[in-house]
Design a protein around this ligand. Structure first.
Ligand code: HEC
Length: 153
């Protein structure tokens, strides 16, 4: 919970007051709900990055950093949200493999955080510089979802 509160503060600082309030509200809820909200934030942050990589949006270094920092704080908090007893319920999409292969899941999460941190440290200022960094971090989404997420349809 301490870690999650730090996440709340970081997110509030980097993304503004409204999200902060949302994140505080989330902290009252179940782990299933909290991890759903976190991944929603990861998904929302991915949208402008995807748009830039596909040339559908003009490159904006500040937006890139904001999205990457959302990935960072989310990845740091995500691993704490899979306690025993939260394997099912509330429409969770978490796959049973998270509990049967916890080491593999932790490694997938650590790799995502590592690739994200590498991209943040590089502070890319051009699309050319950002592309390989963001591309590497993006690979982790599907890699983890294929093994550890059940799609609802
Ligand atoms: C280490 C594993 C892991 C990584 C990396 C990961 N995800 Fe997820 N993601 C999950 C799991 C597990 C769920 C299901 C969570 C639940 O329902 O409890 C999920 C759910 C989601 C959802 C659905 C949210 C919901 O519950 O409706 C979105 C959107 C999403 N992820 C986007 C992304 C994107 C975009 C990336 C990469 C930038 C990413 N994820 C990286 C594990 C991961």
């Amino acid at each position: 919970m301490k870690k999650f509160l730090r996440f709340t503060l970081n997110l509030g600082a980097s993304l503004g007051a409204s999200l902060c309030v949302a994140a505080v509200a989330v902290a009252e809820h179940s782990p299933q709900h909290q991890r759903h909200e976190l991944m929603e934030a990861v998904g929302d942050a991915a949208k402008p990055l995807g748009g830039m990589l596909r040339g559908k949006m003009s490159f904006d270094a500040d937006v890139v950093m904001k999205s990457l920092m959302t990935w960072q704080v989310s990845a740091e908090a995500f691993g704490d949200l899979f306690p025993e007893g939260s394997e099912s319920g509330e429409g969770t999409e978490a796959a049973p493999e998270i509990w049967t292969d916890r080491a593999g899941f932790d490694a997938a999460l650590a790799k995502f955080l590592e690739d994200t941190n590498t991209a943040i440290a590089a502070k890319p200022q051009t699309l050319e510089a950002a592309q390989p960094l963001i591309g590497a971090a993006f690979k982790n989404c599907k890699g983890c979802h294929d093994k550890y997420r059940i799609e609802d349809e």
